[in-house]
Design a protein around this ligand. Structure first.
Ligand SMILES: [Zn+2]
Length: 494
């Protein structure tokens, strides 16, 4: 748009090609599809990261004045246990376990999921389609693939023949010969290639599914991968710009989505141009997952006295492509950081309404270069593949900067929060109580802090300022205050 300053070029890390790229929208309204939850249980803490990450991306688009439309699917059918092609449906298993209908299960856990999104201040998606409402379209989609010769039928269903998909597995950097020897490969009688996957899962003889549809391949249910291709194209058009999800999807689910979608469209164009994936949250250095027996969820944190925004701040304190180690000490730290932040910011309220860079720049007082510079720094940080740790560091620095006027501070805080979404315009300090002292830390927490402090000292010695900043933010997140003295750094909890 002429006359509007949208700042630096937004750059993102595209998993397709594994490189940083300029984000160049292909449409007036950018289509964005984010793989959503399978609603058979509560979402654990790690499950929520993809949505906070996608929310950050949306805030970046909004900041740049890029209109967009986001779809987040609700998987209420088709997702078999262990992400496999055969076996029981996750929803049906949960219904049997909880003695409720599949609809009740889906509705209950969908509601819980949406409430967690609200608590985390995630901007609502434009549409939350349910897979069960798109089964006729999925059958049509699979029939077209069959007509084009991409499939074959086994007693267990209709399979996509991945050997007929040129470039299969590019996203995952798969080597087509040696691929898929991993644990997730199950044995399917008659499957031609290990990577082939079910488009339609037929009922086993004598086993009647609860959720079942008639199809050219018999009664059964759609394969899990199919729904995302069908719902995204139905709601965003054949091609769209952005697809997001957790890093585990990069290796299988998204690979299969691409294969079937490009076979379906057959127009020689990449189906989706930008694939963005967030890393995991680790609990005790393991992926927080149901299979590991951990089910810690946002409601547990809230019951333990933490504010959901403390968890959001914990997530934003790491770059979305870095693994995060979840510990209670870490969230204690972010809760303390948040409390200090809110206490400091409360004096500046009411904050001006800022959503975009243009909004922020329009509010900068005349000739106030200090404020302009901070806003430019925020823009540079979000433009550099959504560097939220850097944004937090800039925000903290601005609040200590005597050269910034109060009017300028208001603009900087409102601008930073347009990107962070912490609710700094309304959060009250009393909502984020809680305090720890060094004596509450256990040996491993102390060890972690000392390791980080040493790494920061080393980074400073090497004049690696970005790294030192990153560690500083991490220490901030843990609630650790480092003071540099002539004899070396010392630290304390704030
Ligand atoms: Zn998906």
């Amino acid at each position: 748009m002429a006359g509007v300053n949208n700042g630096q070029q937004l750059r993102v890390y595209n998993s397709l090609g594994r490189r940083m790229e300029d984000f160049a929208p292909s449409a007036d309204i950018v289509g964005m599809y984010s793989c959503g939850p399978t609603v058979y249980s509560f979402q654990h803490l790690g499950n929520m990261r993809p949505y906070v990450f996608a929310d950050t991306l949306r805030r970046a688009l909004r900041w740049k004045g890029i209109a967009h439309r986001q779809v987040v699917n609700i998987t209420d059918v088709g997702h078999a246990v262990a992400d496999s092609d055969t076996g029981e449906d996750k929803l049906e298993l949960a219904a049997a376990r909880e003695r409720r209908s599949v609809e009740e299960i889906a509705n209950f856990y969908t509601k819980d999921y949406l409430e967690a999104l609200t608590a985390l201040n995630v901007l609502p998606a434009d549409v939350y389609p349910r897979a069960s409402e798109y089964v006729p379209q999925m059958i049509e989609f699979a029939a077209r693939l069959e007509a084009k010769g991409y499939t074959y039928v086994l007693p267990s269903g209709l399979y996509f023949d991945t050997s007929k998909s040129p470039g299969y597995g590019t996203l995952a950097l798969l080597d087509i010969e040696g691929q898929r020897e991993g644990a997730r490969v199950e044995h399917v009688e008659g499957r031609r290639n290990k990577s082939d996957f079910a488009l339609w899962r037929a009922e086993e003889p004598g086993v009647r599914r609860v959720m079942r549809w008639d199809s050219p391949w018999g009664w059964g249910a759609p394969g899990w991968h199919l729904e995302c291709s069908v719902m995204s194209m139905s709601l965003l058009g054949d091609h769209f710009d952005i697809h997001t999800g957790g890093i585990d999807h990069r290796e299988l689910h998204h690979v299969n989505e691409i294969a079937q979608s490009e076979a379906f469209l057959a127009d020689g164009k990449p189906w989706v141009r930008y694939w963005l994936h967030n890393e995991f949250v680790l609990l005790d250095s393991q992926k927080i997952a149901k299979s590991a027996g951990h089910t810690l969820r946002l409601a547990d944190l809230v019951a333990a006295g933490y504010h959901p925004m403390a968890y959001r701040l914990f997530l934003l304190g790491g770059h979305y492509r870095s693994q995060l180690d979840f510990t209670h000490a870490a969230v204690d730290g972010t809760q303390a950081t948040l409390r200090r932040l809110v206490t400091r910011v409360a004096a500046l309220r009411p904050l001006p309404a800022v959503e975009t860079l243009a909004d922020a720049l329009a509010l900068v007082p005349d000739d106030d270069d200090v404020t302009t510079d901070y806003v430019a720094q925020l823009d540079a940080a979000i433009s550099a593949d959504l560097a939220t740790p850097r944004i937090l560091a800039i925000l903290q620095e601005s609040l200590r900067d005597a050269a910034l006027t109060q009017a300028g501070e208001r603009v900087v805080v409102a601008a930073a929060d347009a990107l962070l979404g912490l609710g700094l315009d309304r959060l009250e300090a009393r909502e984020v109580e809680g305090r720890r002292s060094v004596s509450d830390l256990d040996a491993s927490e102390v060890e972690t802090i000392e390791r980080l402090v040493a790494a920061r000292t080393q980074a400073r010695k090497e004049k690696n300022w970005p790294r030192a900043d990153e560690i500083r933010t991490e220490l901030d997140t843990l609630g650790v205050q480092v003071t540099d003295t002539p004899t070396g750094p010392s630290w304390e909890l704030r």
